[in-house]
Design a protein around this ligand. Structure first.
Ligand SMILES: Nc1ncnc2c1ncn2[C@@H]1O[C@H](COP(=O)(O)OP(=O)(O)O)[C@@H](O)[C@H]1O
Ligand SMILES: CC(=O)OP(=O)(O)O
Ligand SMILES: [Mg+2]
Length: 407
């Protein structure tokens, strides 16, 4: 059977996930197939070091390599596709399509788009709205243009799913002309929220158009999405991926008066405020320990007061936002947990569901401990189902790319 090789680059705020899928030329599999090759680069764990994990041919290898420059590390990682013990293809020419998760499409883009020099310029212009993501996207695009010059590169936008949210959910209560200039609520993590909605319908064995879902994407970045009949009707992130719930090192929503105070009375400038809100806040800022939920959970167990407070604020804000999404939906058939925290942090799920029990969200604490696979962790009588779904951004991007094959 003839097949097509699709490479996906998913650059996050602190890491880059890449994978290569080999898909049949004529039909898409119904369930996510295992990628032929996967690589995960962690930029931030140790200063000056990139931690690279490569998985292919039933082997996994972790290496620490000097972080001379991010493109240098990306080139090294991509070369393992065609040489060495992880080699899975003969040469780069076999890869005909590559997909990128592009966090922000701004006003101009939402549909998947072939990346041209103009599109790269536009992604560059949007750096101020996604400063933690867009520089990494552009580096990835450039490295692929050098190594795979023949390959079509497709931008898949994380904002797309929210593009048709009701106007009331898109407009900020500021003077309306700003909306027309693009200061509006775009929403993010749409690639995975949409995938999770489709997966939830499969798991619940109900048609997607009949369902009201709240998807909680809890990773380093985190957002909630209210999904009615398969469409996003509200979400917690807005103009940038900084709005909404508390995150690993991002504040989420705070009183804008704090920014004015910092600017006027504390002498902080825009770059300093950007750094404070994106890199020094969230779990990291409150705990003064770490932005990594694993460390917060273990320090909390050991009685660390900062970790306990960070966890409590995280849950408090999450519960508030579930309430907000619930109000936008007017009901809820299932609450979905996805992303690194959503899939793995059992105390987060248990504590949040405990706070929401009065709404008929009743978690089975034994099922909550089950690891791996997509499953329902609600008690049999819970009127709202509680689903844990593995985030599949890369698979969703690969499917979009597959549809871009040239006839
Ligand atoms: N076993 C675990 N228990 C608790 N938290 C976890 C676990 N594994 C991963 N996480 C958390 O998931 C977060 C990263 O989520 P992920 O979705 O991989 O991030 P990204 O947004 O970079 O894609 C980190 O805060 C990490 O601590
Ligand atoms: C949009 C966003 O916040 O992405 P990530 O969670 O990968 O940082
Ligand atoms: Mg992510």
């Amino acid at each position: 059977m003839k097949s097509v090789y699709i490479l996906v680059l998913n650059a996050g705020s602190s890491s880059q996930k890449s994978c290569l899928y080999q898909l049949p030329l004529l039909s898409l599999p119904e369930h996510p197939p295992a990628p032929l090759w996967q690589a995960h680069i962690d930029w931030g764990k140790t200063a000056g070091i990139a931690v690279v994990k490569i998985k292919a041919k039933n082997q996994i290898q972790t290496q620490e390599i000097p972080l001379i420059s991010r493109p240098e590390v990306m080139r090294y990682v991509l070369h393992t596709l065609v040489s060495g013990e992880f080699q899975v293809i003969e040469n780069f020419n076999q890869v005909t399509i590559a997909g990128h998760r592009i966090v922000h499409g701004g006003m101009k883009y939402h549909l998947p788009t072939v990346i041209t020099p103009q599109v790269q310029e536009d992604i560059r212009d949007l750096i101020p709205l996604a400063p933690a993501h867009h520089p990494a996207h552009l580096e990835g695009i450039k490295v692929l243009s050098e190594l795979l010059p023949h390959c079509r590169q497709i931008a898949v936008f994380d904002t797309a799913f929210h593009h048709d949210m009701p106007l009331a959910a898109q407009v900020y209560p500021i003077p309306y002309p700003w909306y027309e200039k693009g200061i509006r609520r775009y929403g993010f993590h749409g690639i995975n929220h949409e995938y999770c909605a489709q997966r939830a319908a499969q798991l619940l064995q109900q048609p997607l158009d009949s369902l009201k879902l709240i998807s909680c994407h809890l990773g380093n970045g985190a957002s909630l999405c209210a999904i009615a009949g398969g469409k996003s009707v509200d979400t917690t992130m807005g103009f940038t991926p900084l709005e909404g719930v508390m995150m690993g090192s991002r504040s989420g929503s705070i009183d804008p008066g704090i920014l004015l105070h910092w600017l006027r009375n504390e002498g902080l400038n825009g770059d300093q405020i950007n750094h404070l809100l994106n890199q020094e806040s969230g779990l990291k800022g409150v705990s003064q320990l770490s932005g990594d939920m694993r460390q917060i959970l273990s320090a909390r167990e050991q009685g660390h007061p900062g970790a306990k407070l960070a966890f409590d604020v995280y849950i408090h804000r999450l519960a508030q936002s579930v309430g907000a999404m619930l109000a936008s939906l007017g009901g809820c058939d299932a609450l979905i947990f996805t992303g690194g925290v959503g899939e793995n942090a059992t105390p987060v799920r248990a504590e949040l569901c405990k706070n929401l029990r009065f709404l008929g969200i009743d978690c089975d604490l034994e099922k909550n401990q089950i690891r791996g696979g997509d499953h329902d962790i609600a008690t049999p009588n819970s009127p709202v189902r509680i689903l844990v779904i593995t985030a599949e951004e890369d698979w969703a991007i690969a499917q979009t790319c597959w549809r871009f094959q040239e006839p």
